[in-house]
Design a protein around this ligand. Structure first.
Ligand code: PEP
Length: 254
């Protein structure tokens, strides 16, 4: 059965002290995660070790990086390699967030290199896709997302795609307070699963966790996560408030 996942994306927020406090607050809640549920905390690079230290005894909660380099170790000032992440026991990394695509010009080809580097180091990608508003308004979102997936992931083998994590994040819903309806999310998630089924077969497509991202909060998480092809969420703003993120975690399907 595919995993149900609540993934926090803190982005470039919080001082070290605030980050430490937020993790402590989260750990003070008694989550009842079952074997099929995962919580990921996507913290900024400088806080990875601190978060890792806090979470070492927690069950089902893992630290996640927000990015990794498309190259191996070497003369790349300011970059962080997947191998470095793995050497710190960080096993998850967000790749292809729309903010990185837009502000740092990361295209589908470069993202496919990042995915390769992550997999080579046994760091699991949380691969983001999603369309801008103009594409949605033109009703071209299905082919747009399909192309992102094909150009960055379709070179992977069936074994590499099994249990993969995708985050569908319509750009018009990120940080805007505007959420896709649960029906819009389900429609796109079913499409994404179908895109993988056509290439890799239904059994593998069914093993992929497809998260929704875009203004998820405590009040709407249960409705969105309740849809059959929505396997949890990638959460920005609401993951910075412990009580909100707790509600989101509690909204995961069993
Ligand atoms: C995100 O950054 O991945 C995100 C979905 O942000 P928000 O929840 O704030 O819309």
């Amino acid at each position: 059965m595919r995993k149900q996942i609540a993934a926090a994306n803190w982005k470039m927020n919080l001082t070290f002290e605030q980050a430490d406090q937020l993790i402590n607050e989260l750990l003070n809640f008694s989550f009842q995660l079952n074997d099929n549920q995962l919580v990921l905390l996507g913290v900024p690079f400088p806080y990875l070790m601190m978060a890792q230290h806090h979470l070492r005894l927690s069950n089902g909660i893992f630290v996640c990086a927000q990015n990794c380099a498309s190259t191996s170790n070497g003369a790349y000032t300011g970059e962080v390699s997947a191998e470095m992440l793995k050497s710190m026991d960080i096993s998850f990394v967000i790749i292809g967030h729309s903010e990185r695509r837009e502000y740092y010009h990361e295209n589908n080809a470069l993202l496919s290199e990042k995915v390769n580097k992550a997999l080579e180091s046994k760091v699991k990608p949380v691969f983001c896709c999603g369309e801008p508003l103009a594409v949605r308004e033109g009703n071209n979102q299905n082919s747009f997302v399909e192309q992102q997936l094909k150009e960055s992931l379709f070179h992977l083998s069936s074994d590499q795609i099994r249990n993969f994590i995708i985050a569908y994040e319509p750009i018009w819903a990120i940080g805007t307070g505007k959420t896709a309806t649960s029906e819009q999310a389900q429609e796109m998630h079913a499409h994404i699963r179908n895109v993988f089924a056509e290439k890799y077969g239904m059994e593998i497509a069914d093993s992929i966790s497809i998260l929704y991202g875009g203004s998820v909060k405590g009040a709407n998480a249960a409705d969105i996560f309740g849809k059959p092809d929505v396997d949890g969420g990638l959460v920005g703003g609401a993951s910075l408030v412990a009580t909100e993120f707790q509600k989101i975690i509690n909204s995961l399907k069993a």
